[in-house]
Design a protein around this ligand. Sequence first.
Ligand code: TRP
Length: 441
Amino acid sequence: MTRFSKAGFVLSTAGSAIGLGGIWGFPYLVGQNGGFAFVLVFVLAFLFFGVSVFIVEMLFGKSSGQNSVSTFESFAPKSLKFLKYGGFMVISGVLIFAFYVVVLGWLVHYMFLSIIGMPKTLEATQSLWGGFVSSQILWQMLWHLLVVALCAYVLNRGVKAGIEKLNLILMPLLLFIFLGLLVYSMLQDSFMESFKFLFSPNFEKITPEVIIRAIGQAFFSLSLGVGVILTYSNSMPKHGNFVRFAIIIALLNFLFCLVAGLVIFTFIFGYGAEPTEGVGLVFISLPLIFANMGVSGQVIAFLFFISLIFAGITSAVSMLEPLNSYLIERFSMQRYKANLISVISAYLLGIIALLSNTTAFSAPLTFFDKNLFDWLVYLTSSFMLPLAGVFMCLYMGWILPKERVYAMLEGNLAGISFRIWYFVIRFIAPLGILAAMINLI
Ligand code: TRP
């Protein structure tokens, strides 16, 4: 088997984790949930829940050396046969890919718009965005196809020559652009305000709601519950402390979220916009601010969109790998065939999701007040991912014998840290994730 190099593994896994969910979702959740309070709870949720469940998923993948479906089958005891269906989670990857890549297509469109020039008034920016999503079907389909084709190409080349290589190029570039944006923000007057918003203690704003949202966000942001971490861990370098990998990846992810927050709030505060902005943040508020900044705004807008695209592409390619690896191993399929199946299904579903946002097609593609696009987001992030997380924790914490789990850890987690981790995955993580899930419903 071709394995990742150490840097390749860390960057590819971080590449999967660092994506639109963190860079875009984190700032607006911070905005809506009281600044520092959310940041603090988020970092704890990240290090505590995130890293613990991350280790569970890694451990399953590393010790089985097989795709997600076979992994859960191979660990299932005879008396608990249903456990072997844990591999259902590979489907989530296809469902997430379907809508995620549509968003990437929008970002490509906006990247080009940022070069051509964008409107300078709120009304015009809003109607540009509304008009684009609801009626510019061809443009959306074109960018969507482009992004899907790029992902297909990378996945076709396999783990080492495709996924690892893409991440070794894009992740350092992303870091570089982020540092540039951070330095620029630090030179602005509103940077201090942004910094204070994220770091001045306001413990009274920590409510159960904030805690639960932070857990959900940490979970989504670390790409857990799809089998991506599991599948990548099949090809983890043989030597190396994987607990340390998990911590490095979580910290890298947190750092990117934080820088994204600092940069975005610098612009938001500098131009008197509202920090509580939701989805409109990336396609309305920020473009409007950039458009009113003159030439420097154009450069920043371009860098901003391209960094979101880089972060998103490295996440998107990871989503289909669990299904690919299942098809390849189980049916002895050649990679290109497996890839064709997963890419085409995700592509077609994506087209339907894309159409469900448009005026012309929304009626037949809307069920119970939600269109297909929103259903995909909702079902995956609020049900399938958290359920899979709870499943994996309970499986490893309650079904597998403790000695076996301990041996699987190969000494990378021992003594008191083992006991804490084991307690977290048996009790705290499943309960916390369930609470987050119920809240999201
Ligand atoms: N972590 C990704 C992000 O923040 C989103 C994501 C959630 C994901 N689950 C995933 C990516 C599974 C890849 C695989 O944008």
